[in-house]
Design a binder for this molecule. Sequence first.
Ligand code: DGJ
Length: 548
Amino acid sequence: MILYKEAWKIQIKGVKIMKFFEGFKVNGKPFLAIGAQAHNSSSYTREMFNEAVKATVALNGNTVEAPIYWEKIEPQEGKFDFTSIDYMVELCRKAKIKLVILWFASWKNGDFSYAPAWVKSDQKRFPRVLRADGTAVPNLSAHYDENWQADAKAYAAVMAHIKKIDEKDQTIIAMQVQNEPGYLRTDRDFSPKALENAKKPVPEKLLKYLETHNHAPAYKYWKENGLKKGLDWEATFGFWGAEFCETWFLALYIDAIAAEGKKVFDIPNYINVWLNAGNPWGVAGMEYPGGGAVIRVMHIWLAAVDYIDMVAPDIYEQNSYRYQRIVDFYASDENALFVPESSGFVTGACNLFYAIAKGAVGYAIFGAESYVDAEGKVNDTALALRDSFYAIQKAMPLILKHKNTGKMYPVVPHAGLQDEGFEFKEFLGNVMYSSNRYMPGRPLYTDYSNRRLNLNEDQMTPRGLIIEDEDKLFYLTGYFHLRLMPKKSPEISRINDYLPVADFISVEEGHFDEKGEFVVDRTRNGDQVMFGGFWVTPACGVVRLRLL
Ligand code: DGJ
């Protein structure tokens, strides 16, 4: 049997590595997953899970992410209960949304709280991570086969059940294999096997990978220590040796579980990361779970795993510059970006456009149910997010078409920035983030019929996407006012002391149909396009500009 990933492996100087994950497909069609993650305890009952589904739909999401629990799936060794998976699939189908299942098992936030009692209570059979003083922490050690094998048996059983109930419908689009794996409360594992493994030579597979990926942060530390081969982890990587060793073995542990799952049923999967945001001060085991795929060790994960499709950062960062640095690191030609958790308040509602413009294959905010009230109505503080998801939904075929082409420009206000300039092929563009700089061509708080939209301040925060589809053909989605002027204007007189203008053929509002064709709903001219401004609000859908 050829596994999904095996078909994609490529050779780099004798090292097998994974090829880039191209994105989700549902019944053969590309699918961009946007939505929300349920709270941790929401899948214990059908009713609670349904609240998360309803909230996701209210937020204009098309995908809900929710956990299943090893302790509930296999309460007694070898006795499985898949009831939770059944109602999760049923409720998602009813709501016409997709599902990402999170496997809470050996790891949940650097802990093993979801392991069944028969695992937790048998430390002899299932060895724990030990601290330097020999005390155990609530983690299964990645250095003992018995641990991953027990987890993998349950995971494979889950995948067999999913294959049975969902192979045809494809409601479940992906699996998250564990949750924010790594160790807390110790910077490394001091169990006997862990110490033994740390003294073994660093595997050639990793060093060959780093040789061919010398932009990897891990390469830098290898270089600083003399690029030596055949030595143990500390001699090879110095200060970082222990963390790198734990990372390697943790990645192998989870890869082995993922492999058992893929052998049974091969759907996309990922691991998620509790970030350290590249902060050199952050210490493994304190600021983040040691062994997790933080920036410093991300390439160690990429070198180790063969059966994991993506390394996915949980981005709670609010600051837009830092947020963008994280996206730039995890969205590369080595790793497709999937953001399984993020903030759903106004900065999140803006920042997400950066991730989408950089080719994210999926995006979710965390804590679906928190964004709606008891009646299921979206809270005021989440209306901006709801509108952002709406804007993305309206432009979906176009976003999928332009993924990784460099033709999607995110509009995301950085704190303190009054405006931002864009350079397109034949035009220069400008979006004002602060409305007191110039009088915008038209205030954005009315709809097409000039009726007041009654938006709150968060909803009126400029954000969205500018898509340069073809020369002189632009699409806008989101909430912003774009000024454009031709780069080479023979009519310099048009750049007057009011506002520079790009001449247009048409300005239209519309949506995309089933086939991905743009359908014009309304045409604008006159007052609605005066003063050189092209504007969009979620209420307009997508705006198409044909320029001269
Ligand atoms: C990150 C974890 O992955 C989630 O399960 C949840 O615990 C959130 N943190 C809470 O902020």
